[in-house]
Design a protein around this ligand. Structure first.
Ligand SMILES: Nc1nc2c(ncn2[C@@H]2O[C@H](COP(=O)(O)OP(=O)(O)O)[C@@H](O)[C@H]2O)c(=O)[nH]1
Ligand SMILES: [Mg+2]
Length: 259
């Protein structure tokens, strides 16, 4: 494969829609792309998958076999993917010229908090792995919503420590002024801090200020790629970020280099 993009994020932010739209974008631009659905619990997926773990793993069967409810079964299902990893890898080995997009479970913790996920990323994507965190632009229109999503993004980064894109999806649902605010908060975190300074208790102010500083000092600000999956907007920027990393133009620690 040319590159692997693992798509994660909170439930309902548009991960599956993003996977489908990105594949479509690649094909429209004369590049090969495939989607692997790693979500055994999805009932409907808005794309044609090339590999789908639901062929081998059924939530209903796991619930019956282990006497579990749907939540417990989803956790077991996530771990069961490991049993099929060689089979997936064998198929991917044939897709030499493909960008491979991995859709992950609707609940972010099923991907980020299972140690099996590290093994999945390392085995299937290896050094060519990138992660896309899909956030919801509507949630980011308030400072606390934006920071909360950045913290979730940080937890993904902490877990995998792979180059991780922050994609702010659904920009068709917010105004240009709101999008500019979000971009401004990213470029100048002090602006966001100022807003917090105007409201809330001193402890809350300190908390947010320290978080913003941590983002800034770790280079985790100014990373947002605005996208509308619905209107097919922003995908050139997603591709550029992938191409930059895969060509070796990114940070040393997380760099992929052909050896
Ligand atoms: N308006 C709008 N809705 C979107 C966009 N992307 C996804 N959605 C909707 O958001 C909902 C959740 O999408 P889905 O891809 O299933 O989210 P997932 O749970 O993260 O995989 C669906 O109703 C999608 O149609 C977008 O760019 N704009
Ligand atoms: Mg989904």
């Amino acid at each position: 494969m040319k590159g692997a993009l693992f798509v994660t994020g909170p439930a309902g932010t548009g991960k599956s829609s993003f996977c489908g739209a990105l594949k479509e974008w690649f094909i429209k631009n004369n590049m090969d792309a495939a989607i692997v659905n790693l979500d055994p619990g999805s009932e409907f997926i808005p794309y044609e998958s090339d590999i789908d773990v639901r062929e081998w793993i059924s939530i209903a069967d796991i619930m019956a076999e282990y006497s579990l409810g749907p939540n417990g079964a989803q956790i077991v299902a996530s771990d069961l993917i490991i049993e099929h990893i060689d089979r997936i890898k064998n198929i991917l080995d044939e897709l030499t010229d493909y960008y491979v997009i991995f859709d992950t479970p609707g609940q972010i913790e099923l991907f980020t908090l299972r140690t099996s996920s590290n093994l999945i990323v390392e085995t299937l994507g290896g050094k060519k792995s990138m992660i896309a965190f899909i956030g919801d632009s509507v949630i980011s229109t308030t400072p606390s919503g934006h920071i909360s999503q950045k913290l979730m993004y940080s937890s993904v980064l902490a877990r995998f420590f792979k180059p991780t894109l922050y994609v702010s999806n659904k920009i068709d649902l917010i105004s240009e002024a709101q999008l500019n605010d979000i971009k401004e908060w990213e470029e100048t975190p002090d602006k966001l801090a100022d807003i917090f300074m105007e409201e809330g208790t001193p402890m809350r102010k300190d908390f947010f200020y320290n978080i913003l500083n941590a983002f800034q000092e770790s280079g985790l600000s100014n990373t947002i790629i605005p996208v509308s999956t619905k209107n097919m907007v922003g995908f050139e920027d997603v591709y550029s970020a992938m191409a930059l990393f895969l060509s070796g133009g990114e940070d040393e620690d997380t760099l992929y280099k052909d050896d």
